[in-house]
Write a protein that binds this ligand. Structure first.
Ligand code: C2E
Ligand code: MG
Ligand code: MG
Ligand code: MG
Length: 288
C-alpha cells in the first residue's frame, strides 16, 4: 500500500487524476491530524569530525508513524505536506522540537543540530522571527543551529533566498547546502550564496573507493568546496573504506550508517556517551 502511495507522491506530473488522488488526499488529511496531535517525531543522526572522531552534533530527520500504514518515510510525506500550508506548520514544529531537544542536552558538551527546510518555509516571512524566538526560548547559542537547503531551492528564487540567508546569518545561525552532487552541482551557485557548509550527497560515495572516476569527482568537489571556504560533510557513509578515502581527501565531517542510523533523542544521547567512551579509550579523552 505504502509503495503505491509513495509512487503516487513522487508522481507530481500525474497527480490529480486516477486512483492515486483518493489515497493522496487521505494521506494529506492523516498528516494534518498527525501534525495537530503531536504524532510526528524527530530522529537524530550523529555528525562526526574526521580529524578526531568528535561528535559535533546531529541532523534532525522527521518521522511519521501512520496508525495503519506504519512508518512513512519523509521522502514520501514531506512532498505531500509541501502541496499545502501544512509544510509551514510541520517545518515550524521541526525547528522548535530540534532546538528544544538539543538545548536540553548541552550538558553533554557543545552539540549542534541541523534541520532540513523546505522551499515554502524559506519563503515564509515568519521564518526568521520563528528561528530567533525559538533560540531565545530554549537558550541555544545560534551558532549551534544549522538550516539545510538544497541547490535547486536556492536557484528557484535567488533574490529571496539570498535575502533570507542574510537575515538568518544575522541571527548567527549556519546554513548548509544539502545533497550537493545530486543536481546541477554548480560552482556558480556555491559562489553566489554564502553557505557555511557543503553536504556531499551520498551518490558521491556509491561506488567508492573502487571507481577512479568516482574518486576524482569527490576529490574535486571537496577541493572546490574548501577553496570557497566551506566546511565539507559527507552524507551516507556506510563503509570503513569510504571513510578512509574521505579522510585521505581531507573531508571535514561525515555522517552515515557506518556510524549510526538516525535514532530517537534518548538513543542518540546514549550512543554519544558510548562513542565518547570508546574514543577516550582509543585517543585518551575527546569531549571537553
Ligand atoms: P537528507 O536531508 O539528505 O537526509 C539524509 C537521508 O539519508 C536521511 O533519510 C537519512 O536517514 C539517510 N541516510 C543517512 N545515512 C545513510 C546511509 O549511510 N545510507 C543511506 N542509504 N541513507 C542514509 P530520511 O530520514 O529518510 O530523509 C529523507 C529526506 O527527507 C531528507 O534527505 C530530507 O530531504 C527530507 N526530510 C527529512 N526530514 C525533513 C524535515 O524535517 N523537513 C524537510 N523539509 N525535509 C525533511
Ligand atoms: Mg539533510
Ligand atoms: Mg542530503
Ligand atoms: Mg534530501
Amino acid at each position: 500500500v505504502l509503495a503505491v502511495l509513495c509512487s503516487v507522491t513522487g508522481d507530481h506530473a500525474g497527480a490529480g487524476v486516477g486512483r492515486g488522488t483518493g489515497a493522496r488526499s487521505r494521506m494529506k488529511r492523516d498528516l494534518g491530524i498527525a501534525t495537530q496531535n503531536g504524532l510526528l517525531d524527530l530522529h537524530y543522526q550523529p555528525q562526526i569530525r574526521l580529524s578526531d572522531e568528535h561528535i559535533i552534533g546531529f541532523e534532525a530527520l522527521a518521522r511519521w508513524q501512520h496508525p495503519v500504514l506504519g512508518d512513512v518515510a519523509p521522502d514520501c510525506f514531506i512532498p505531500v505536506a509541501e502541496e499545502t500550508d501544512l509544510i509551514l506548520e510541520i517545518g515550524r514544529w521541526v525547528i522548535s522540537k530540534a532546538v528544544e531537544d538539543i538545548a536540553s542536552h548541552q550538558n553533554r558538551g557543545q552539540l549542534a543540530v541541523a534541520v532540513n527546510v523546505s522551499p515554502a518555509q524559506f519563503y515564509d516571512p515568519e521564518l526568521v522571527d520563528h528561528v530567533g524566538r525559538t533560540l531565545k526560548e530554549h537558550d541555544l547559542p545560534p551558532e549551534l543551529l544549522e538550516l539545510e537547503i538544497t541547490e535547486s531551492m536556492a536557484l528557484e528564487n535567488e533574490e529571496v533566498v539570498c535575502a533570507g540567508m542574510a537575515a538568518l546569518h544575522d541571527l548567527g545561525i549556519k546554513i548548509a547546502m544539502d545533497d550537493f552532487g545530486s543536481g546541477y552541482s554548480n560552482i556558480a551557485t556555491l559562489k553566489q550564496f554564502s553557505f557555511d557548509r557543503l553536504k556531499l550527497d551520498r551518490s558521491f560515495l556509491a561506488d567508492l573507493p573502487t571507481s577512479e572516476a568516482g574518486q576524482a569527482a569527490i576529490s574535486n568537489a571537496i577541493r572546490m568546496g574548501k577553496g570557497l571556504g566551506l566546511e565539507i560533510i559527507a552524507e551516507g557513509v556506510e563503509t570503513g573504506s569510504q571513510l578512509d578515502l574521505l579522510r585521505a581527501l581531507d573531508c571535514d565531517y561525515a555522517q552515515g550508517f557506518f556510524y549510526a542510523a538516525p535514532m530517537p533523542i534518548d538513543d542518540a544521547m546514549a550512543w554519544l556517551v558510548q562513542h565518547d567512551a570508546a574514543g577516550s579509550a582509543k585517543f585518551g579523552g575527546l569531549r571537553t
